[in-house]
Write a new protein. Structure first.
Length: 202
């Protein structure tokens, strides 16, 4: 007879996993340690997660869903593509600065599922594809003329996470610390400047 589902236990396992990762790092997390800390048997852990990789994947996807939900609440679907892009950018930066541990875990410490197919790729990169959709809509409306939407969005996220990472680690030069909003506006202006350059080239 199979064991009944226990969402509360799954939630507590994931929360404890995040706590242990924050204390010791991803590499030192083990199913045995997790079971000991949770006060349950290893068999119980393996009932809900086949192995550590599956547990980490669930943690990764949960973080992504949390970020996506936050960003999506910031985007007004009836606004122009330009405004939607601004809303996505500020939503991404806000989420990362409010969740620095999760941001580092998702974008630096964890590797995504290597067996990508269209379905798994969209699960891991839904915010990326939302940005591509916004750029594509701007192209169709004539607001943007970006030739390679996906490459452009990839570069933009690299700029944005680099900005966030420097802010989180407080490694800006002293004059620029505590000026994230101002720096975000500069990056935003640079992004739209690149869009304008794309329009000129075409």
């Amino acid at each position: 007879m199979s064991r009944p589902a226990n969402p509360e236990l799954v939630e507590s396992i994931i929360k404890l996993s995040l706590k242990l990762i924050q204390e010791n790092g991803v590499q030192k997390l083990s199913m045995r340690l997790l079971a000991d800390q949770a006060g349950i048997s290893s068999t119980t852990i393996y009932y809900y997660f086949r192995n550590k990789d599956e547990l980490l994947e669930q943690i990764h996807l949960r973080g992504i869903r949390n970020m996506d939900d936050y960003i999506n609440t910031r985007i007004k679907n009836r606004s122009s593509p330009k405004n939607q892009l601004r809303q996505l950018v500020t939503g991404f930066i806000d989420w990362c600065t409010k969740n620095p541990f999760l941001a580092k875990l998702m974008f630096e410490d964890m590797t995504s599922n290597p067996s990508f197919n269209p379905q798994t790729t969209h699960k891991y990169y839904s915010t990326f594809y939302r940005a591509v959709h916004i750029i594509r809509s701007g192209n169709e409306s004539g607001d943007f003329k970006v030739k390679e939407e996906a490459i452009f969005v990839t570069v933009c996220f690299a700029w944005l996470y680099g900005l966030v990472n420097l802010h989180i680690h407080n490694t800006f030069i002293p004059d620029h610390r505590n000026k994230l909003d101002e720096l975000t506006n500069y990056v935003m202006d640079f992004i739209f400047h690149q869009i304008e350059l794309s329009k000129v080239k075409i």
